[in-house]
Design a protein around this ligand. Structure first.
Ligand SMILES: Cc1ncc(COP(=O)(O)O)c(C=O)c1O
Length: 383
């Protein structure tokens, strides 16, 4: 069957293809160490799993669930935003739970974009912003993030462009893949820019609680709810990537538009997952301290590996679960270097170009691997 025309503009997700290739190498007896993907290997909070198991035995647990998410989950997200970001959100009207934040990118795009609308997307950045924009018939317009600007958008440059067709701007701070935080004035400037040009500003914020001593939300800034939305997720914060639970937060009016799309696409989320996540969101400071401790130790080891591979690091205090490094000068492209370490050392790390042309010359290593495995990788390189 001939697929829809829209598929001509996108490719299968890079990691979907590459992980298949790695699996085939493994089936052929090659022990590939996968440092490519940001899927937390650590367990979620014990109480959250216990609550999920208990809830699975409730009588009403297996029915279709509310399109707006369980009250307990919305209230727990609201309380979490209050405690962690000092942001007030109305649990009844300003939070919409999602099946992970990735699906929110599609729902938001379907709710707000018409064919031909333009979307400002970070380069480098999370590839889903681009593919979803293309799937809905809108046009990606990349804004370049550069190391010399500390990977922050340059609004003066953007002001010189024709912005008349721009409807959405994606922000993602802390930024993936570079691991930088928003500069002090970024959110403030972005809100003013969005207001001036009537653009919907969305901060995709899944990495705030990984190796970050100052988590920030766009919604903490004056005027944010009028022009903006924030996506958040428990995937990284609570090691629950496979649970597929996230949320979009913003004004009631904007969320109503998103609900119109979402309620026509799924029929609610499995209740025990929602109740388990509600428990995770109440975790105290010990959870965050422990996570920090584990990832800090891993980061130290990954940096050792990265240096053994002759890559260069600009910053050793990156936020999030990746180390972003420059490839050695001897290699022309990120893909060439990634392929070299895969074939020579059986180590997989993501070439920077997976995240757009702005990632050329860089490679991304994940911290989602235990210390013993990172040590094994170091020994391989030394050998
Ligand atoms: C920048 C960014 N946004 C969104 C997501 C999706 O996360 P979720 O598991 O909440 O769908 C990821 C996952 O890797 C990501 O890196």
């Amino acid at each position: 069957m001939k697929p829809a025309n829209r598929l001509a503009f996108i490719k299968e997700y890079y990691f979907s293809r590459k992980l298949q290739e790695i699996k085939e190498m493994q089936q052929n007896g090659i022990d590939v160490i996968n440092l490519g993907i940001g899927s937390p290997d650590l367990p979620p909070p014990y109480d959250a799993v216990a609550q999920m198991q208990l809830a699975a035995k409730q009588e009403n647990a297996h029915k279709y669930q509310s399109y707006r998410g369980a009250d307990e989950l919305r209230e727990a997200f609201a309380d979490f935003y209050q405690r962690k970001f000092q942001v007030e959100v109305n649990a009844a009207t300003e939070i919409l739970p999602l099946l992970g934040s990735k699906e929110g990118i599609m729902h938001i795009s379907m709710a707000f974009l018409n064919e031909g609308d333009e979307v400002l997307i970070p380069n480098p950045g999370y590839p889903t912003y681009t593919s979803v924009t293309k799937l809905v018939g809108a046009k990606p317009v990349f804004y370049e993030l550069k190391e010399e600007n500390e990977w922050q958008p340059n609004f003066n440059e953007l002001e010189k462009q024709d912005l008349s067709k721009v409807k959405i701007m994606w922000l993602n701070y802390p930024h993936m893949p570079t691991g930088v935080k928003a500069s002090q004035h970024l959110f403030h400037d972005a809100i003013a820019f969005a207001k001036k040009h009537d653009i919907l500003l969305i901060n995709d914020n899944p990495y705030s609680f990984i190796l970050n001593d100052n988590p920030e939300s766009l919604l903490a800034y004056p005027g944010a709810k009028e022009v903006g939305l924030e996506l958040n997720s428990v995937s990284k914060t609570f090691n629950m990537a496979g649970w597929r639970v996230g949320a979009v937060l913003g004004s009631q009016e904007n969320l109503q538009h998103i609900l119109k799309v979402k309620s026509n696409m799924d029929s609610g989320m499995f209740l025990p997952l929602q109740l388990g996540v509600a428990v995770a969101l109440k975790e105290n400071e010990d959870w965050f301290k422990n996570l920090d401790f584990l990832y800090k130790n891993r980061r130290t080891k990954i940096i050792e590996l990265v240096e053994k591979l002759d890559c260069q690091l600009e910053d050793r205090d990156l936020v999030g679960m990746f180390v972003w490094a420059k490839i050695p000068e001897a290699y022309q492209t990120s893909e060439e270097f990634s392929e070299h370490i895969l074939q020579t050392h059986h180590l997989f790390a993501a070439p920077g170009t997976v995240f757009g042309s702005g990632g050329e010359g860089y490679i991304r290593f994940s911290l989602c691997v235990d210390e013993a495995t990172i040590e094994k990788a170091i020994k391989r390189v030394e050998a």
